[in-house]
Design a protein around this ligand. Structure first.
Ligand SMILES: Cc1cc2nc3c(=O)[nH]c(=O)nc-3n(C[C@H](O)[C@H](O)[C@H](O)COP(=O)(O)OP(=O)(O)OC[C@H]3O[C@@H](n4cnc5c(N)ncnc54)[C@H](O)[C@@H]3O)c2cc1C
Length: 389
């Protein structure tokens, strides 16, 4: 009789919980180890492109997320100073037909709660900081800060950009400060001005996605929570990041100072935000390998990327689904299954990682060239086996 494989996942973020959910769907026994004392996500919005929404459908939670999320109608690009309309494109009407799923925007905590519901509490171990993994024959052992050691048939590192699992497999290396910082904040949709631009020529509907594009940054706005909250991602080019942590408390005054000279209506919106935090944005060069024997990586542990394409979590969700698909099909030889997973995922994730950097550089050019196409990203369906070329 075939023995149930025991799979350990390090990290209970979006990647770890999605991988646990996808593996449980296929009958695997999964244990998740998370360093934090409780589960949760930062209070911020998240764009879920159609490629991410297809994975959520595969996990059976897309329809449960929909009422908690929003589906922006159009994409508007506005100039940072006079708010003239640079371009407007439909999103809601074309997304399902062109890419096979909706483009949703959601609160990260809402998505995380739905993923968490796929995994029983008894399979999630909190206060468990992994310090490294070691491969021993056909299995692997995870070591924890409290001295515990856990052996498994497979270990999946889903422990983010500073991954201890990646360090064990491939050595330590520093993440790259991308010269971008970001504030994340929310306001009620009632605070969004209805008209902006020269002579009030642009109708600003909070159910649209609006990007204010300036020389040293951009402010991305979209609805979440059934369209009742307006999420703001405020990205700013900055040569320096002095805080040691990536997340630091900030103030409205600091945001306004960084946007001196920007459009008055935008500044008025920014002055309404509260509980402000800022992030230093870090990424890494593509990693050529993700797996060694029974150990592999998903998400930011393998491919932390700039948020320019809003694809970090989406590619993470794709990884999580794909690793479960490969382990299911390759039960007889799980090391080969993990290599096949890497071969499928590494080229795609690396290409997205690099396009996120190029798009960031293009956004800084004046005039900025048209955005690089994301069609090839959105069209992908990680539920399907890749078609051989
Ligand atoms: C400002 C900003 C905006 C973004 N916007 C978007 C967006 O709109 N759309 C999108 O798709 N992506 C977006 N992203 C990217 C997205 O947030 C990440 O790609 C995604 O969260 C990665 O998920 P993950 O599970 O791999 O890692 P993480 O979310 O970092 O989760 C890792 C988990 O592992 C735990 N952990 C870490 N180390 C250990 C350890 N040693 N032992 C045990 N547990 C450990 C952590 O506590 C955490 O719970 C954005 C990122 C930033 C910074």
């Amino acid at each position: 009789m075939e023995r149930t494989r025991r799979i350990v996942i390090i990290g209970a973020g979006i990647g770890g919980m999605a991988a646990a959910g996808a593996l449980r769907q296929r009958g695997f026994e999964v244990a998740v180890y998370e360093r934090a004392p409780e589960l949760g996500e930062v209070g911020a919005g998240l764009q879920l492109g159609p490629n991410a929404v297809k994975v959520l459908a595969g996990l059976g939670i897309a329809d449960r997320l929909r009422p908690l999320a929003a589906e922006p109608r159009d994409i508007l690009s506005l100039a940072w100073d006079d708010a003239h309309l640079r371009y407007r494109e439909p999103l809601r009407d074309i997304s399902a037909e062109r890419y096979g799923a909706s483009y949703l925007t959601a609160h990260r905590a809402d998505l995380h709660r739905l993923l968490q519901a796929l995994v029983p509490d008894s399979s999630i171990h909190l206060n468990a900081r992994c310090e490294g993994v070691a491969i021993s024959g056909r299995s692997a052992v995870a070591r924890f800060a409290d001295g515990r050691e856990v052996e498994a048939d497979v270990i999946i590192g889903a422990d983010g950009i500073h991954s201890a699992v990646r360090n064990s497999l491939f050595g330590e290396s520093k993440a790259r400060f991308t010269q971008q910082i970001a504030w994340r904040a929310m306001i009620p949709v009632s605070e969004v001005p209805s008209r902006v631009g020269p002579g009030g020529s642009v109708a600003l509907d909070p159910q649209d996605y609006a990007g204010w594009i300036g020389p040293n940054g951009h402010v991305i706005c979209y609805p979440i929570r059934g369209g009742e909250i307006y999420n703001l991602f405020i990205g700013h080019v900055s040569e320096e990041w002095v805080e040691e942590s990536w997340t630091a408390p900030s103030t409205v005054a600091e945001i306004l100072e960084a946007h001196s000279g920007w459009n008055e209506a935008l500044l008025d919106m920014l002055s309404k935000v509260s509980n402000v935090y800022k992030w230093g944005i870090y990424d890494r060069d593509p990693l050529p390998y993700w797996s060694s024997g029974p150990v592999t990586l998903v998400g930011d542990s393998a491919h932390p990327m700039m948020p320019t394409l809003a694809q970090g979590a989406a590619i993470t969700l794709e990884d999580s689904y794909a690793v479960a698909r490969h382990l299911d099909r390759g039960r007889d030889d799980i090391h080969a299954a993990l290599k096949a997973y890497e071969a499928e995922r590494q080229p795609r994730a690396s290409r997205v990682q690099l396009q996120a950097r190029t798009q960031f550089e293009n956004n800084r050019k004046s005039p900025a060239p048209p955005p690089l196409s994301r069609d090839w990203i959105f069209e992908h369906d990680a539920r399907q086996e890749p078609v051989a070329a």
